[in-house]
Write a protein that binds this ligand. Structure first.
Ligand SMILES: Nc1ncnc2c1ncn2[C@@H]1O[C@H](COP(=O)(O)OP(=O)(O)OP(=O)(O)O)[C@@H](O)[C@H]1O
Length: 312
């Protein structure tokens, strides 16, 4: 059997499962291979954001593909109302994961497969580097994660887009081409069409080696998260200013980032975190007032500790 089905069987997902189906080449290939491997145990999940003129074409294609394969299709049409500061793409992505998790729950599915592949992973990594991201960004996309109570898997992170498309062509399977994928005004598309071919020529092994770097970063980040949790637990869940000040700056930054992000869902910018660390340092002076905007709220001094308040 050719490459995509073999790689999918190696991930041994819990079943029945859902395949997140956009109607594009990658997720159609994933649906077809999953349905062949696990007949009767695969459902398709489609989210119609209604944002693009092509949205109804995509949904119609999903309906036709699933009817021809005899696979149940579940469709959601969420409102993409994001959070403050979200780009329309971020808002749509957020709404998509929530909708996919809801569809999976309603259909009693044990996990959801996403069809992102090695090219997508490298694009994500390069975009993170271009922003000067830290370890969480360099970890790129995890192969497994849980969100909104559902388990999401990306079994194709080692497979190239070209391999998937070649397989689809050989099998004669139809898919819809997203018209925005060719638009090189989007940075991600410029990476795909201009940078990846050059990378391929310079480093023929990039798919394996870049993915390995992303995994190293993910492992290191997991350790830092564990350390931050342990540090926060010693302070009973809220940062104690004097304790923080006894630690090296990198350890302070680690625990504060974790406290804001994991406990309060607020992701500080690099500049905000630096400012917060400077303010913590200035707290040597008794009575130094600390009041700083961070993400969608404020960090303040509350006696010996820091406290976070969301803005209303
Ligand atoms: N509207 C959608 N409904 C359901 N799943 C989606 C939708 N859009 C994307 N996905 C899932 O998320 C993955 C990544 O999305 P992304 O936007 O990068 O892919 P795409 O280029 O739109 O589609 P494809 O991967 O199918 O070619 C897809 O492979 C697919 O599994």
């Amino acid at each position: 059997m050719s490459t995509p089905p073999r790689l999918l069987s190696a991930c041994a997902p819990a079943r029945p499962l859902g395949v997140a189906l956009s109607g594009g080449a990658d997720s159609v290939a994933m649906l077809v291979t999953a349905a062949r491997l696990w007949p009767g145990e695969v459902h398709a999940l489609h989210v119609n954001h209604g944002l693009q003129a092509a949205a109804s074409t995509f949904e119609r294609h999903c309906t036709e593909t699933c009817a021809s394969l005899g696979i149940p299709l579940h469709v959601a049409r969420p409102d993409a109302t994001g959070e403050a500061g979200d780009s329309p793409e971020d808002a749509a992505r957020r709404a998509r994961y929530a909708a996919l998790a809801q569809l999976a729950r309603n259909a009693g599915l044990r996990c959801v497969l996403l069809a992102q592949h090695a090219d997508d992973q490298v694009e994500t990594l390069l975009l993170a580097l271009s922003r000067g991201a830290g370890l969480p960004g360099l970890a790129a996309m995890p192969a497994r994660f849980e969100r909104h109570g559902a388990v999401f898997l990306r079994p194709w992170l080692d497979l190239s887009g070209a391999e998937i498309r070649a397989w689809l062509r050989d099998e004669g399977v139809a898919h819809v081409e997203d018209p925005t994928n060719a638009d090189t005004r989007f940075t991600r598309n410029r990476i795909r069409h201009e940078v990846l071919p050059a990378l391929e020529r310079a480093f023929p092994q990039w798919r394996v080696t870049f993915a390995r770097s992303a995994r190293h970063a993910a492992q290191a980040q997991a350790l830092l998260d564990e350390m931050a949790s342990a540090d926060l637990a010693t302070m009973e869940g809220a940062p104690v200013i004097d304790t923080l000040r006894g630690w090296p700056r990198a350890r302070q930054a680690n625990v504060l980032r974790h406290w804001l992000r994991s406990v309060h869902g607020a992701t500080p910018s690099a500049a905000q975190l630096e400012e917060l660390l400077d303010q913590v340092h200035a707290c040597t002076t008794r009575g130094h007032r600390l009041h700083l905007r961070v993400a969608n709220g404020f960090v303040q001094r509350a006696g010996a500790r820091l406290a976070w308040t969301p803005s209303v």
